[in-house]
Design a protein around this ligand. Structure first.
Ligand code: NAD
Length: 250
């Protein structure tokens, strides 16, 4: 185990109310590309830039194009939790982690068994009809697509994913829960995020005296003020830093 990972493990072992704040980099090892790395969504060619397509205005003006991009680039039905998601769920079960705050919309923390998850940008697994508000799962909207690829409710309305689009506000209750967890934590681990998307990235300022640890492949705007920076693959780092009592069972 290298020196940084050993220090991370010591921080985790010594804390009782860790909060993990993460982003797209947490899920790249599950096969979901992030937005800003070399192979990420922002480097891919489409008719419009992703920020334009996944905006509220575009959704209502051009739903066919929105959903072409959405189902093609943002939905990964085969993705499964990786070692980082599983380690965070273990920490919560052990009573040492009070919450996961994520910018991700893939639902993989919940799939890994984490219970207290604040999904700042919503989830692809929840969807509502824009006319009658009927709730639909991801599986249901996948099979409710019309000839243009737009998911339709039985009332005829376009189904809108509960994902925060550019031009939309974050959900107040989710933000409040995340802020409360961060201000009460005794260790804040930030991982797999470029910390470039606001207001989400601003939430880490709510930590009080809790040490800040950044686990990321590349430098972030907050790396200089972190108490510890661990550089590398988040799955490998968390597997090494968080005990797995079940690992010898198989
Ligand atoms: P980002 O793409 O801006 O940054 C990802 C960061 O993670 C980069 O700094 C990269 O170096 C790092 N990284 C990538 N893989 C890593 C790994 N295996 N181990 C360690 N570090 C790794 O992502 P962001 O900061 O979350 O912001 C992008 C926005 O995109 C978010 O708002 C999020 O909602 C959305 N998004 C979500 C998903 C998802 O749900 N899985 C995927 C793509 C984008």
């Amino acid at each position: 185990m290298n020196e940084e990972i050993k220090r991370l493990k010591d921080y985790i072992d010594g804390a009782e109310k860790t909060v993990f704040f993460g982003g797209a980099g947490v899920s790249t090892e599950s096969g979901i590309p992030d937005f800003r790395s070399v192979d990420g969504l922002y480097r891919q060619k489409y008719r419009f830039p992703p920020e334009t397509i996944i905006s509220r205005e575009f959704f209502y003006k051009n739903p066919a194009e929105f959903f072409r991009f959405y189902f093609d680039k943002m939905i990964y039905t085969d993705a499964r939790p990786n070692a980082a998601h599983l380690a965070l769920a273990r920490l919560e079960r052990a009573g040492k982690l009070s919450a996961v705050v994520t910018q991700n919309i893939d639902g993989l923390h919940t799939a890994a068994g984490s219970k207290k998850v604040y999904e700042l940008h919503g989830s692809v697994h929840r969807n509502h009809c824009s006319l009658c508000n009927k709730y639909m799962t991801l599986e249901e909207i996948l099979s409710a697509r019309d000839g243009e690829g737009i998911p339709r409710c039985e009332c005829g309305g376009i189904v809108k994913p509960d994902v925060v689009l550019y031009g939309e506000a974050l959900d107040d209750e989710t933000v409040l829960g995340a802020v409360n967890a961060i201000s009460a934590c005794d260790l804040l681990i930030v991982g797999g995020t470029s910390l470039a998307v606001y207001p989400a990235a601003g939430l880490i300022r709510y930590r009080k005296n809790a040490p800040l640890i950044i686990v990321n492949r590349t430098p972030t705007p907050m790396s200089d003020e972190a108490d510890l920076v661990v550089t590398g693959s988040i799955g490998e780092i968390f597997s090494a830093a968080v005990e797995n009592p079940d690992k010898d069972l198989f």
